[in-house]
Design a protein around this ligand. Structure first.
Ligand code: NAD
Length: 487
């Protein structure tokens, strides 16, 4: 089965921060793949806009190198790459000054879809929004795309929302959380709401608990300065894990449309119970062999910032009363793996005298939604062990890995590609609304304030492990266990 490419309208996409890491690593290689897939209209234009001095030719050279570095396979098709680069141009722009704005105004066409990607620090969002209006470059049909972090607490998120709202309507603002652009995350909704099989069981009567894990093997890398002021709660939980939680826990929206979906997600955040302090474990990675630990990485010997967090949450509504959600994310863990595990309750009565059904090997259905590294879904079902005498049961996974389902060579668009095309189409369903972001910060803030008030010290964990011992205990106390962190 070959995936269908739905054409988009002609567009001008201005990428502020077009020379930066995100633009070179993700946005432009992603757009090139859309070009290769035949989705970019021949007259679409991409305009890089940043502080550095480049002319068009110099910018195209920069992006040629970026595509070669971050998507070497696609870059091999030099004819296609030349064609793509011909649609690129560049303007030197100062977000806080006057330089470049008049030129940009002459470049952006009035009669096509206009999108402005703010791939710059949030400190510049307000300046960009203001100047786009001042110079009459954006109009009421234009779209702006903003990157995380969207604030660092409720007050700063409100201030950012107000800065954007001064010049753009909410229907024009696309707040990116690239987790929502993942094919599997959308497939989670397709599986839940497109089949009769799951939704009747999707509640506390049949689901024992749900685990959401986002594990990385990397440390803070070159982002130490930023990360140490942020930590796993702000960097991962408030946005990515919260978004996954919302999609898994929300009520069925009446249709797959932006406000219908986002209304339901918002209700989940509002229904979250306050988390008890002993239901949260914070960790910080220690040194391993010749790799330094967190504190050396961020050059702060007295840092109490968490690089790991595990927590148990409850959603106070009819559907989820009694079903806990366990969230965990961290750096320098044993494998890179992001997944959601929906662990169903065992059958109410076993008719089989099965001695293999033990605590270590329970026979129950588990739906695993894997986001990274290989997107796909598996559903563990219990069957009879073939060929064995008597009635011995085993769990086998029904595998819905997409690469296999789609066939050899088929490649689903990555999250950024998909989301940028949604911006051009004007579809906000997979983007966060302002009130959602504020609600998530409203839930996060008291937890962080609690740590600060108590001078909470994170537990040290070994690099390459599954996190601090206390995180395992969080589950053990409930007679449950985490899924193994494996790729
Ligand atoms: P970067 O520092 O590599 O690039 C910043 C870009 O902004 C450069 O192109 C620079 O020229 C431009 N810029 C800075 N000041 C400017 C000004 N006054 N006027 C015009 N242009 C100016 O940053 P990045 O890593 O590309 O990140 C961009 C944004 O995306 C940040 O908000 C970051 O938090 C977010 N983000 C980045 C990543 C990533 O993987 N790099 C991932 C998620 C979110």
């Amino acid at each position: 089965m070959v995936s269908r490419v739905i054409p988009v309208d002609e567009f001008d996409l201005v990428i502020f921060g077009g020379t930066g890491d995100l633009a070179r690593r993700k946005i432009l290689p992603g757009l090139f793949r859309r070009y290769c897939a035949g989705q970019m209209p021949p007259n679409a234009r991409i305009i890089g806009a940043a502080r550095s001095d480049y002319d068009d030719a110099g910018y195209r050279d920069l992006i040629r190198l970026a595509v070669a570095e971050f998507d070497a396979d696609s870059a091999k098709d030099t004819a296609k790459l030349d064609g793509f680069l011909a649609q690129l141009s560049y303007v030197t722009v100062d977000a806080r000054g006057t330089q470049g704005w008049d030129t940009l105004a002459t470049l952006v066409r009035p009669d096509v879809v206009k999108a402005f990607y703010f791939s710059v620090g949030p400190g510049l969002f307000g300046d960009l929004a203001e100047r786009l209006h001042l110079h009459e470059i954006a109009d009421s049909a234009s779209r702006i795309v903003v990157e995380k972090p969207f604030g660092r607490d409720l007050d700063s998120a409100k201030a950012l929302n107000a800065d954007l709202a001064a010049h753009f309507d909410e229907t024009q603002i696309y707040r990116i959380d690239h987790y929502l652009g993942k094919e599997t995350v959308q497939n989670l909704m397709a599986v839940r709401f497109g089949n009769v099989l799951f939704e009747p069981l999707w509640n506390s009567q049949y689901i024992d608990h749900i685990q959401i894990t986002v594990a990385e093997t990397v440390g803070v890398g070159g982002r130490g300065g930023y990360y140490d002021k942020s930590g796993a709660m702000r960097d991962m939980v408030q946005n990515h894990l919260m978004q996954l939680l919302c999609l898994i826990a929300m009520e069925p929206p009446n249709k797959f449309g932006p406000d219908a979906v986002r209304d339901e997600k918002l209700k989940v955040i509002r229904a979250l119970e306050a988390v008890q302090a002993h239901h949260i474990v914070r960790g910080q990675y220690g040194p391993l062999a010749d790799e330094q630990g967190y504190r050396e990485d961020v050059e702060n010997a007295r840092s109490f910032t968490e690089s790991f967090i595990a927590m148990k949450l409850h959603i106070a509504n009819w559907r989820w009363a009694g079903t806990p959600f366990y969230l965990r994310t961290g750096k320098r863990l044993k494998a890179q793996s992001s997944e959601i595990a929906v662990v169903f309750k065992p059958a109410p009565h076993s008719i089989f005298d099965d001695e293999t059904d033990t605590e270590n090997n329970p026979k129950r259905n588990v739906l695993i939604i894997k986001l990274q590294p290989n997107e796909g879904m598996t559903l563990d079902v219990t069957i009879k062990e073939p060929g064995q005498g008597g009635m011995r049961l085993i769990n086998v996974p029904l595998d819905m890995t997409f690469a296999e389902a789609l066939g050899e060579g088929a490649q689903a668009p990555d999250a950024y590609e998909r989301l940028i095309m949604d911006v051009i189409r004007g579809n906000q369903t997979l983007f966060m609304r302002g009130d959602e972001v504020e609600a998530a910060w409203g839930w996060t803030d008291p937890i962080i304030e609690g740590w600060q008030a108590r001078s909470d010290v994170p537990k040290t964990y070994d690099s390459g492990s599954a996190g601090p011992e206390d995180a395992l205990m969080l589950m053990h106390r409930d007679n449950r266990r985490w899924m193994e962190i494996k790729p």
